[in-house]
Design a protein around this ligand. Structure first.
Ligand code: NOJ
Length: 584
């Protein structure tokens, strides 16, 4: 049976959003790259202290080259008190001793380049650590000083200044302002921190801040990095006057605004303008234009990718206009449930929104801030993004369904034109770790909400390499900064290597075929004739069919290139994706 003949599906076929969508041209490597995210604390620990490090990464890079990715993105490894896993930077131009030295970074990059892997580093421009020299100087300096003008200090409201300057809330919970003390111990001004109080926001209207970040960009560009992932790329500029804001109903940063709202706040929020005074302000774009010019001075296609939780997609596309960044993470895709109509819609919208500004779409399912997709896709209750899941959460995931859907979702993602991001361990099918002991948790979200929101530790557990080694090969001493579950022995890389049907082999083969068939640079064409729970498309000569529904779907005759589950008699089971070369 061919697809066109297939009349066995439900009569109410869904009008597909767009007949054909293409990824724009250009031959820069990042347009179609598969980029592997390394979270250094949890990838590989060479010195045995239980915390991952740069030497550990270097020693394990061949595994990523064998997997077939094009680049690595390293979450922050800079000097940092580690109050937010390194996203609290106290020195942007040095490596934290827990991760190694600048020389270790040089060796890592050299090895990566020898293996044909590009290296993207993380840049954290919205805030510094409160232990950054600038902030320490600011606290020691008088109100109104040049030192304070690098951050956002304000007098409090109320008679004694003890009411915060506005009502903004921290993404991690609690208020976004902390009051300082004067040298004599009396209460002083407040400073803004959209995240933890250890992460004071910089004032990007200050030219000194701008100049400093150009210096930091050059520091790493001169060392040969291939690009930057820009943290909170939608948050640097705040609205003039820092007006009060009732929380928006959706959007935010890492879903931080998705906490339950009272009916009063909901009503108030409905009246608010769509742009919060701290996200997505127009002024951010000029900053990236300047950075673009800096990157363009360097040889090679150095790139910028935005972490910008902005919707809808056409608005996000502003970050990747030709004179700004190159890519933006597609969180709309990440947040899409495993449902045919929603997936078709987001794929079409992504290709069209990014394509309209000449940028490739990106695709991502997991990272260090979200519940791993092997669990998220089988949650049995709402889980606000950023809240995480833990022992007392409602609606825990169904494990077997989760891994099955994750494999199918990954196989669909890796067929799509554009650039895909793979988070360490998803290639092993790792689930979220739910039962971490309270005392092991480190995410500031957990502390700032008094344990009400678990936060992100569950996706950051050190990954397993060798089934029978201490700490599954993560660390030679067996120490790990977060405990690893016992069930992870069978998910270890060496237990999956070369094993037909393993998740690791599924990813490896998918990346091989993606390269062989040029899928990352293709155009997609929707295939008509399927029921609404089926995503069916053609990229080049590869037909991709993903069944998000509950009943098997008949497949066209052809050669099965890869399937996320075993197939029986040309039928595609529920929660399965297949890549085919259709005959005839
Ligand atoms: C986004 C990062 O991915 C997250 O881990 C971090 O906590 C916040 N930005 C603040 O830097």
């Amino acid at each position: 049976m061919t697809i066109a003949d297939d009349t066995s599906q439900t009569p109410e076929q869904v009008a597909d959003p767009a007949p054909v969508a293409t990824t724009p041209g250009g031959d820069e490597w990042w347009r179609s790259a598969v980029i592997y995210q390394i979270y250094p604390r949890s990838f590989a620990d060479a010195n045995g202290d239980g915390m991952g490090d740069l030497a550990g990464i270097t020693a394990r890079l061949t595994a990523l080259a064998e997997l077939g990715v094009d680049a690595i993105w390293l979450s922050p490894f800079y000097r940092s008190p580690q109050r937010d896993g390194g996203y609290d930077v106290s020195d942007y131009c040095d490596v934290d001793p827990i991760f190694g030295t600048l020389e270790d970074f040089g060796r890592l990059q050299e090895r990566a380049h020898e293996l044909g892997l590009r290296v993207i580093v993380d840049l954290v421009p919205n805030h510094t650590s409160s232990e950054h020299a600038w902030f320490e100087e600011a606290l020691a300096a008088p109100e109104g000083s040049r030192e304070r003008a690098r951050y956002i200090f304000r007098d409090g409201r109320g008679e004694n200044g003890d009411v915060p300057p506005n009502n903004w809330e921290s993404v991690f919970g609690g208020r976004a302002w902390t009051r300082t003390a004067r040298p004599d111990g009396s209460p002083g001004q407040w400073y803004l921190h959209l995240f933890d109080e250890s992460q004071p926001d910089l004032d990007w209207s200050n030219p000194e801040v701008r100049a400093e970040f150009v210096r930091i960009l050059r520091f790493w560009l001169d060392r040969g990095v291939d690009g930057f992932r820009v943290d909170v790329a939608h948050g640097l500029v705040k609205e003039e006057g820092l007006p009060d804001y009732a929380k928006p109903l959706t959007g935010g940063s890492m879903g931080g605004a998705g906490v339950p709202l009272t009916p009063e706040i909901e009503a108030e929020a409905a009246q608010e303008p769509p742009t919060p005074p701290y996200w997505g302000q127009e002024g951010v774009h000029e900053i990236y234009r300047e950075w673009r010019r800096v990157l363009d001075e360097y040889e090679g296609d150095r790139m910028l990718v935005a972490e910008a939780w902005v919707d809808p997609l056409p608005k996000l596309a502003k970050w990747v206009r030709p004179d700004e960044m190159d890519q933006a993470f597609n969180f709309a895709y990440l947040e899409t449930p495993w449902e045919g109509p929603a997936l078709r819609r987001v794929i079409a919208d992504s290709l069209s929104a990014f394509g309209a500004v000449g940028a490739p779409s990106t695709w991502v399912l997991s990272n260090h801030d979200v519940v791993r997709h092997a669990s998220r896709l089988a949650l049995t209750a709402e889980n606000p993004q950023g809240a995480g899941i833990g022992p007392n959460s409602d609606g825990k995931p169904i494990p077997d369904l989760g891994i099955r859907r994750a494999r199918a979702a990954s196989l669909l993602m890796l067929a799509l034109p554009g650039s895909a991001y793979v988070y360490q361990g998803e290639d092993l099918g790792l689930p979220e770790v739910i039962d971490l002991p309270d005392e092991a948790r480190q995410d500031p979200t957990w502390y700032r909400t008094g344990g009400e929101r678990y936060g992100r530790d569950g996706c950051r557990v050190p990954i397993p390499w060798e089934a029978s080694a201490p700490a599954y090969g993560f660390s030679p001493t067996g120490r790990t900064w977060l405990p690893q579950p016992e069930e992870w022995a069978e998910l270890a890389r060496d237990a999956q290597q070369g094993v037909p049907g393993s998740t690791l082999e599924l990813y490896r083969r998918a990346l091989e075929l993606r390269r062989e068939h040029g899928l990352g640079r293709g155009a997609i064409e929707w295939l008509p004739g399927y029921s609404e729970q089926v995503v069916a498309l053609v990229v080049g000569e590869v037909t991709v069919v993903a069944n998000t529904g509950e009943t098997p779907v008949e497949l066209p005759a052809g050669e099965v290139l890869l399937s996320s589950e075993p197939l029986s008699e040309a039928a595609l089971p529920a929660d399965t994706t297949v890549w085919l070369r259709v005959s005839g």
